[in-house]
Design a protein around this ligand. Sequence first.
Ligand code: PBG
Length: 329
Amino acid sequence: MPFPTERPRRLRRSDTLRRMVRETHLSVDDLIFPLFVCPGTGVKDEISSMPGNYRWSVDLLPAEMEEVAALGVPAVLLFGIPESKDPLGTGAYAEDGIVQQAVRAIRQAVPELVVVTDVCLCEYTSHGHCGEVAEDGEVLNDPTLDLLAKTALTQAQAGADIVAPSDMMDGRVAAIRETLDGNGLQGVAVMAYSAKYASAFYGPFREAADSAPQFGDRKAYQMDPPNRREALREVALDIEEGADMVMVKPALAYLDIVREVREMTDLPVAAYNVSGEFSMVKAAAANGWIDEQRVALEILTAIKRAGADLILTYWAKDVARWQAAGGGG
Ligand code: PBG
């Protein structure tokens, strides 16, 4: 047979043909925009390792949120940088904590925006760990559950639509669900960071949130990167405990996990395109080595192709602008 009879190239001959047979579509509807809230007034402080991303004081948030909503981005994920830190991370669950204030301000200004709050203690603890720390340095699981449940409760009472525990303590989804339900907040959803790995890709975030552990690392609670079956167990546990959505984090080096999680559950699957994944592209683009827009859209589309329904990404606003300008995706 001198010539091939099947010719896949026939369907690649024009942009219109390619558009017709395209299997994956990235939509702004799939995106959640993470951002950082800090004390003070009039603060819009650029994060040096994450160009185009800022720490915002609460008073400037409504205008920024109006822009996010006007671009069609449906949701934001809030992280807080408190005035002061202490060993028990009390700023995380203070009724007038930084995130609680931010949620109220956004709720009032842009009610249609979905507000997701990160539930964790590491931005609020003086030692930078995600839970209560014992004398010997161990991060204590069960005492931390109460603090996480209080954090989720105060965030939900402030008006959060979705709470997203990112601490990786065992049993936190159940503890949060029970506390929310016990306080009449059955309508607030839980998006669990179910398979969250102890990754070096969080570096820029820790600079942004000033949340690097002061001693040791997070390997005794976040997952070991080589593990796959364990991720599926974590997801199964969170579903049993009542998670409404499950997340894989980071995204790019874990696309196999995204695919497997997609196959094991009918719940919405989220993937977090984390700070280091964003900063690498920014740095290379700043050097003129790659095209930021094309690479970002390729990455985000690949995360979707792997099976994610939702993507948490620092490019959310850019994607909306690129697509409005007719750029691919
Ligand atoms: C808090 C938290 C982290 C991220 C999201 N929630 C940092 C960490 O676990 O050290 C990282 C997000 C990113 O890198 O973009 N536990």
